[in-house]
Design a protein around this ligand. Structure first.
Ligand code: ADP
Ligand code: MG
Length: 284
């Protein structure tokens, strides 16, 4: 298999009984973007640490999912495995229907470049690059030329409200603006899924709310997003909430969400999906 994977939908994405979501992405046309089946992760050591103890979940195109749980419950491990940054001890991880265990490291790099956008608490921006350069460099492995990288990066930055700061350095930006740059970088390649690990963890609560509002707006525009947080208030905004404790999923509102308004394909509504409760602060 080529490391440069096509963005096509594989066959294994038909919704099934375990994942009744019809798929809500106007961009991708539906299907399961992420599937974990009885995934375990045991970190070796004395004693070994069981970070994930048999986790199963499926995320359909167009979903906005909050994964919430206390520190140490396995959230980051889950994100690393879902993002194919690490391999499970047992169980299966599929991204856009592709079984990660069947892919070489090189192929996984291709899969990540084509299909997965990452957002981290610490932003991970290059301070020596402009905002535009940071986002454009995120497309280095997307197989497009420099001019198109910059064009796509500028469009992505406009989408997160930073169209006027393309030439700025990250050091000239606020924390919230830096996280917007990171989100723009994650989105620039039009990934099938964005995985965000505590994206508001380094921000004050008002700024965190504006980042949350941005994620909701992107979701309303069709993006598929999994947001990891230890903050119950943030998770409560999410149309679907997965709770974790001690490496296991203790609850998943997927079944409820599938019946409720959140699963209906969202219109181009800049205020976010109708199911969302009012936000303090709002989009800024
Ligand atoms: P969370 O993100 O919910 O705080 P983590 O996935 O980071 O949880 O951690 C889950 C458990 O796995 C914790 O007990 C943590 O100490 C352990 N753990 C995480 N990463 C490693 C690692 N690289 N090596 C050993 N243990 C780890
Ligand atoms: Mg964590």
């Amino acid at each position: 298999m080529s490391p440069h994977l096509p963005p096509a939908w594989p066959q294994a994405t038909a919704p099934d009984a375990a994942s009744p979501h019809p798929g809500a992405s106007p961009r991708r046309g539906g299907g399961l973007v992420l599937e974990l089946q009885t995934v375990t992760k045991i970190y070796p050591g004395t004693p070994p640490v069981t970070a994930l103890a048999g986790v199963s979940l499926a995320v359909a195109a167009g979903e906005l999912v909050g994964v919430v749980g206390p520190s140490g419950s396995g959230k980051t491990t889950l994100l690393h495995l879902a993002g194919t940054l690490d391999r499970p001890t047992s169980g299966t991880v599929r991204v856009t229907g592709l079984d990660a265990s069947t892919l070489t490291d090189r192929e996984l790099s291709g899969l990540r470049a084509a299909s997965i956008g990452f957002v981290f608490q610490q932003f991970f921006l290059n301070e020596h690059q402009s905002v535009l350069g940071n986002v454009a460099d995120g497309l280095l492995y997307a197989g497009v030329g420099a001019a198109e990288r910059r064009e796509r990066a500028a469009a992505s930055l406009a989408r997160v409200g930073l169209g006027g700061r393309l030439g700025a350095r990250p050091t000239q930006l606020s924390g919230g603006q830096r996280q917007r740059v990171a989100i723009a970088r994650a989105l620039a390649g039009a990934p099938a899924i964005v995985l965000a690990d505590e994206p508001t963890g380094n921000l004050d609560s008002a700024t965190g709310q504006s980042i949350l509002a941005l994620l909701e707006d992107l979701h309303a525009g069709g993006a598929t997003i999994v947001v990891i947080t230890h903050d119950q208030v943030i998770a409560a905004h999410m149309p679907r909430q997965i709770h974790m404790l001690d490496g296991q999923i203790t609850s998943d509102t997927a079944a409820t969400a599938a019946r409720g308004p959140a699963s209906i394909p969202a219109p181009a509504n800049p205020r976010g999906p109708a199911a969302s409760p009012p936000r303090p602060g709002g989009f800024s």
